[in-house]
Design a protein around this ligand. Structure first.
Ligand code: DC
Length: 230
């Protein structure tokens, strides 16, 4: 069965939005789009083209180059996951690194970047049956989505989860650096002028600080079943 509607999942950094999205997409035969990956890919482009350094962005140069950025997703049939392609190159691993995380908030607050990516996200969503996660999906990208979730968890718990993930990947980083980056990104996301992170009025709040992945999936299944039964 493929669900006939889009699902919008927003929330704080590292709160497990992608875990929820992947589970829902796989269970209900939907397409999963990670919009954070798009902002990360634009950030990598800026880093590789000297448009950003030390979190200072050369806005004129970015505006000149923005039409030269193409972002696609390909499905990896081995891992069964979608991977991010920037100008024809698979950047799925590198965009998850700490360097990109450290610069992405600056890029994500640029109006021209948001406009380009939101247009692309809405085009993808127009095909229907998409689970999309990010910060402004329920408020700006799919304001009419039938199911909107706003996910959060205690900042220390989120940082612990993220720290373990980065350590597993061999990143040389301390817990305090991870917590500081996460708190800073929350702050940027919630306080930026354009499309800040907000819970949509009709979004359901999920605090997963003390929920297992199974408990969380069951909760979301119930929301979906409820919509389908109407
Ligand atoms: O979900 P993530 O942590 O991979 O997202 C990376 C950054 O991109 C995050 O710091 C905020 C930004 N972002 C955004 O501003 N709007 C979105 N729809 C998705 C991500």
């Amino acid at each position: 069965m493929s669900l006939p509607f889009n699902i919008a999942i927003d929330g704080h950094s590292s709160c497990g939005k992608s875990t929820i999205s992947k589970a829902v997409a796989s269970k209900y035969g939907m397409r999963y789009i990670d919009t954070g990956a798009m902002y990360r890919a634009v950030t990598l482009f800026c880093m590789e083209n000297n448009i950003i350094s030390n979190k200072e962005i050369k806005l004129n140069l970015l505006i000149e180059e923005i039409d030269n950025i193409t972002i696609d997703f390909i499905f990896n049939s081995e891992t069964k996951l979608s991977e991010t392609i920037l100008n024809g190159k698979n950047v799925e691993q590198i965009i998850r690194g700490f360097n990109v995380s450290d610069n992405v908030s600056v890029v994500a607050q640029i109006q021209q970047v948001r406009k380009k990516l939101i247009t692309l996200q809405q085009e993808i969503g127009s095909q229907g049956s998409v689970v999309m996660d990010g910060r402004d999906i329920g408020t700006k990208v799919f304001p009419d989505a039938k199911l909107k979730l706003f996910v959060t968890a205690d900042a220390e718990i989120r940082a612990k989860r993220r720290y373990s993930e980065l350590k597993r990947k061999g990143e040389k980083i301390t817990f305090d650096q991870v917590l500081a980056n996460l708190t800073l990104r929350d702050d940027h996301d919630m306080n930026r002028i354009i499309n800040p992170l907000l819970q949509a009025d009709d979004a359901i709040l999920i605090d997963n600080s003390n929920l297992s992945i199974n408990e969380q999936n069951n909760l979301i299944d119930n929301f979906i079943i409820n919509i389908l039964s109407k």
